[in-house]
Design a protein around this ligand. Structure first.
Ligand code: NDP
Length: 334
């Protein structure tokens, strides 16, 4: 069993030495257990938070512990009544090539219904995050302007496409010409703006002539600073992620909270954070609708698949710097 463990808690931006690759024996399942061979590992921004010791909405990974993560796996040995060898399941087995499971929390996947990797992306946690956050908190209405950052990413690409299905105008923000071209031409957003050039603020203003009614926040940092003045009265801001801040060591800079609160009041803004699992009761509806939207071509997706578990640390570091092109997945076995 090849596995990747947290070697040290990162200070600021993580480095390859914060991870360690290990080989250990594969343990055979006991009564009521299964042995899983991991086929695909999902790499997601939340994993950066798990590397810190600080308290958050979830428990940190222990130093020397296996890095956490969502996986698609094959049952290779079953001593559990609910599963047979050959079943393909969605599990949360982490960064390793084999894992034991007691069956709790596993979901069987039907490879004939959809490519199994979609269970980690557009039909899985990131797609659901987009759906629940946008529809429940954002509540897009026809003609409104919805802006989403990290628009080429797993969550952002779904947000913009769902906004358009609801009749809203979708404006994406992405880093670099290739990502922007993909968001505009392949995902069909109404407009897209690159956040890297110096004239980003002017470009976003031009792309949003009627201001912004919903800003789906995925990044924070300099993107938020540019979006904030453009928010309309009664704008809604689902706060989904703040990836630009995940490597921050401490709060720095001037205190802008009084200005923020004043504007929340004057413009009647709704700013609401969420963690997708709080909307768990919407999962069946999400799944039904998303399957239809994909089948009818209204939602498109493309995954960024990296080969080999040993590549996971580098790929993850790239995700934090925007080097991924869509939902980032590591193929561990066929
Ligand atoms: P992505 O596939 O979108 O990858 C992350 C992207 O963030 C990068 O590709 C990059 O895109 C962008 N980015 C990174 N650093 C910066 C920066 N400093 N400034 C601007 N953009 C930056 O990831 P996901 O779709 O998986 O996740 C998107 C967000 O949603 C994350 O913040 C994540 O933590 C959050 N999330 C929250 C959940 C919840 O329950 N609340 C659940 C799932 C995800 P680019 O090159 O275009 O800048």
């Amino acid at each position: 069993n090849t596995r990747i463990v947290l070697a040290a808690r990162p200070q600021g931006r993580p480095k390859p030495g914060d991870f360690r690759i290990e080989t250990v024996d594969v343990v055979q399942p006991g009564e009521g257990e299964l042995l899983l061979q991991i086929l695909y590992l999902s790499l997601d921004p939340y994993m950066r938070g798990r590397m810190n010791a600080t308290k958050s909405y979830a428990k940190p990974v222990d130093v020397d512990g296996v890095m956490e993560g969502g996986t698609v796996a094959r049952v290779v040995r079953s001593r559990h009544a609910g599963f047979v060898e050959g079943d393909i399941v969605l599990s949360h087995s982490g960064w390793q090539s084999f894992a034991l499971s007691d069956g709790v929390g596993l979901r069987k996947l039907d490879p004939a219904a959809a490519s199994v990797t979609t269970a980690l992306g557009v039909l899985g946690m990131p797609g659901f995050t987009a759906y629940a956050g946008l529809l429940t908190i954002g509540q897009p209405k026809p003609g409104e302007t919805v802006v989403v950052a990290a628009a080429r990413g797993a969550v952002g690409s779904a947000v913009g496409q769902i906004a358009r299905i609801k009749g809203a105008r979708a404006v994406g923000i992405a880093g670099g010409t290739n990502k922007c071209a993909f968001v505009r031409n392949e995902l069909g957003f109404d407009a897209v703006v690159d956040h890297r050039p110096d004239d980003f603020a002017e470009q976003l203003k031009t792309a949003c002539p009627d201001g912004i009614d919903i800003y789906f926040e995925n990044v924070g940092g300099h993107v938020w600073d540019v979006v904030f003045p453009l928010l309309n009265e009664f704008a809604r801001v689902p706060v989904c992620g703040l990836i630009a801040q995940y490597n921050a060591i401490a709060d720095a800079g001037v205190d802008r909270l009084p200005t923020l609160m004043q504007q929340v009041l004057h413009r009647s803004l709704t700013i609401r954070g969420f963690i997708q699992r709080e909307f768990v009761d919407q999962r069946p509806a999400f799944y039904r609708e998303m399957v239809d939207w994909i089948a009818s071509g209204r939602v498109r997706y493309r995954e960024d698949v990296v080969d080999g578990i040993e590549k996971a640390p580098q790929a993850f570091l790239g995700l934090l710097e925007g080097r991924n092109f869509g939902k980032l997945i590591v193929r561990i076995a066929e």
